[in-house]
Design a protein around this ligand. Structure first.
Ligand SMILES: [Zn+2]
Length: 359
């Protein structure tokens, strides 16, 4: 793709912007009146400023952020701030830290996201919509974590909403020594929610993707996200290599920002606040890949079933079980009684047994 407004045409920061650290985050609004306007005639303005345009400077990079959409007669805005310069890291982290007690929405984007893949963005948003930051890890590297992001993501007192954090958690730990803590993962929570409402038990226990959840539980605010996810689907071939391009395509930035902004409405819809099952299942998700000594990237790691014993059985508040026998599929250990047969090196937990016979 060529001619994007976000391609490194530099912009000049205003003096008042430089006078405060927070303002240096370069919060801009870009009016995109049409695709052609995006390519040729872009204006930026800082919120709270009457100035509508900032001239390019040779010293500062263009902020690729805060995009207002105007298409097909409607105006839909996606607000976010991208952090891709070193002096932007601290102001952004300070803003997140200062929101004591605030639930965060967190997501990672990258190519083949896992301990072997590449991390492109760490996206962090206030669940209540006060801010959305896209930290450019490809550009800034581990510095983002070393300067304070690690502390935030590992803070047991800070709740993080995520959606299927398994690969994110694996990547963050094995590449950046960030051990995610206090996660509420919307994917297993959706299974709990669904099963609470179901008349019959779901024997298959398939998990839903984010798109499916949005379609099933959407409010009007999520219609735009569904549209955007559909539009970006063709870009996601090749294990998401497109996330490693710089500059990142505008619609991908929109997708990253809108994606995490949609977590809290979805969570509220599922009304699982304070549910111990939700917390237990989320912790299992956090550890699911991260705790493996070796990753195999096989069908037992990647399938559409809820992993075995991720949700504690009803009436079992603790969820504690004895780890007696290792499943040869998922490599997790369960009570011996969970296996229909335990023969030398061939025992599979009920979920891996399903995967084994269906593939
Ligand atoms: Zn298994």
């Amino acid at each position: 793709m060529t001619g994007r407004p976000d391609e490194a045409s530099p912009l000049q920061s205003s003096p008042c912007c430089k006078s405060t650290t927070l303002a240096s985050l370069t919060l801009y609004r870009c009016q995109r009146q049409s695709e052609s306007a995006r390519q040729s005639n872009i204006s930026f303005s800082r919120p709270g400023s009457s100035s509508n345009s900032l001239r390019p400077s040779s010293k500062t990079l263009a902020p690729r952020a805060l995009i207002s959409h105007r298409s097909a007669g409607s105006v839909e805005k996606v607000d976010f701030e991208i952090v891709d310069q070193e002096d932007q890291i601290q102001p952004a982290l300070t803003r997140i830290r200062d929101d004591i007690g605030e639930t965060l929405s967190v997501n990672c984007e990258g190519e083949d996201l896992s301990r072997r893949g590449k991390l492109s963005l760490v996206c962090v948003a206030s669940a209540l919509g006060k801010y959305t930051f896209l930290f450019d890890i490809k550009t800034l590297g581990a510095k983002v974590f070393d300067e304070g992001m690690r502390e935030i993501l590992e803070d047991p007192g800070r709740e993080k909403l995520m959606f299927d954090c398994r690969q994110d958690s694996d990547c963050l730990w094995h590449q950046y020594k960030v051990k995610l803590a206090n996660v509420l993962d919307l994917q297993p929570i959706e299974v709990i929610f669904r099963e609470l409402r179901a008349r019959k038990p779901d024997r298959k226990r398939l998990v839903s993707g984010y798109m499916r959840c949005l379609q099933n539980y959407r409010g009007s605010a999520q219609a735009r996200l569904i549209q955007l996810k559909t539009a970006c689907r063709p870009l996601m071939a090749n294990s998401g290599r497109v996330w490693m391009e710089r500059p990142i395509q505008n619609k991908l930035l929109d997708l990253a920002a809108l994606g995490i902004q949609g977590y809290y409405p979805l969570f509220r819809h599922m009304t699982c606040l304070g549910n111990n099952q939700a917390r237990y299942a989320s912790q299992k998700y956090v550890e699911f890949l991260r705790e493996r000594e070796v990753r195999l990237y096989d069908k037992y790691e990647r399938n559409a079933y809820l992993p075995w014993r991720v949700i504690p059985r009803s009436g079992d508040a603790s969820g504690v079980y004895s780890e007696e026998t290792v499943c040869v599929g998922c490599k997790r250990s369960f009570p011996r009684s969970d296996f229909s047969s335990v023969t030398a090196g061939n025992q599979r937990c009920p979920v891996c047994l399903k995967v084994y016979y269906e593939n």
